[in-house]
Design a protein around this ligand. Structure first.
Ligand SMILES: [Zn+2]
Length: 62
């Protein structure tokens, strides 16, 4: 019982990174934080790739 199963990134379901656990990257971490602000940022029901998040201007819709 020495190894626990690694949960994937809760945002995009990719394998998590040790550095940014429990997320896979700083982008997913930021994204999770953005959700906590709760200012109407809609979460898509499908997993988003880091590339997609990187190119999405989700700050411009006001
Ligand atoms: Zn992720």
């Amino acid at each position: 019982m020495s190894s626990k199963p690694q949960r994937p990134c809760p945002i995009c379901k990719k394998p998590r990174s040790e550095e940014h656990a429990p997320f896979c990257s700083i982008r997913c971490k930021d994204r999770d934080l953005a959700q906590w602000f709760g200012d109407g940022y809609a979460v898509p029901s499908r997993p988003a790739s880091p590339e997609e998040i990187a190119t999405a201007d989700w700050d411009t819709q006001e």
